[in-house]
Design a protein around this ligand. Structure first.
Ligand SMILES: Cc1cc2nc3c(=O)[nH]c(=O)nc-3n(C[C@H](O)[C@H](O)[C@H](O)COP(=O)(O)O)c2cc1C
Length: 167
């Protein structure tokens, strides 16, 4: 069992994947991690579509300049705008989507999988491909698969941390 900081620090965005299926139980566990994320007012304004079929994955890749390989699975993280609009400030819901997504990236790493958050995709095309109703907006893709690369960590800025006051 890794420490939470190990998982946070060692997770990398993985963009090359082995041609190996990801077990359904692992996908389920990643989705369970997602639904345990915090959300403003506990509205949970999210919907997750796990895409595992190769044909659909290839279609999504064509619609997504931000995907560089064929992952074994893709989680399409969607925002339910009907639920989001129940909040005083519907814009808050994008934070909820981000929090659920980070949980998935960390859970995937813990399970020995690589993942990458992908924002560069054609939202409308994904909407049509997955039969998403108008109010279910695809916000982020999380690619998943057994890693075929071990990227070095990208640099982090640590001059951003202050105590008590700026500067
Ligand atoms: C909101 C968001 C959108 C991103 N979109 C893409 C993308 O479209 N394609 C991609 O390859 N990586 C994407 N990334 C991954 C970042 O490039 C990556 O997190 C960053 O370079 C730091 O590397 P690390 O994740 O390995 O720590 C995205 C990350 C975030 C948070």
């Amino acid at each position: 069992m890794s420490s939470i900081f190990d998982v946070i620090k060692k997770r990398r965005s993985i963009r090359r994947f082995q041609r190996k299926t990801v077990e359904d139980e692992k996908i389920r566990q990643i989705l369970n991690a997602a639904i345990w994320a915090p959300s403003a007012g506990n509205l949970q304004p999210w919907v997750f579509i796990a895409v595992r079929e190769q044909k659909s994955i290839e279609k999504i890749k064509v619609m997504s300049p931000g995907i560089f390989d064929i992952p074994a699975a893709i989680i399409v993280v969607c925002r339910d705008m009907k639920i989001a609009e129940k909040a005083g400030n519907p814009e808050l819901s994008i934070f909820d989507i981000a929090m659920a997504s980070q949980n998935m990236l960390l859970m995937a790493y813990e399970l020995g999988l690589g993942s990458c958050p992908v924002k560069s995709f054609n939202q409308k095309a994904i909407q049509v491909l997955l039969d998403l109703p108008e109010h279910i907006a695809p916000e982020l893709l999380v690619t998943l698969g057994y890693p075929a690369e071990e990227p070095s960590p990208r640099e982090r800025r640590d001059e951003v941390i202050f105590f008590e006051k700026y500067g």
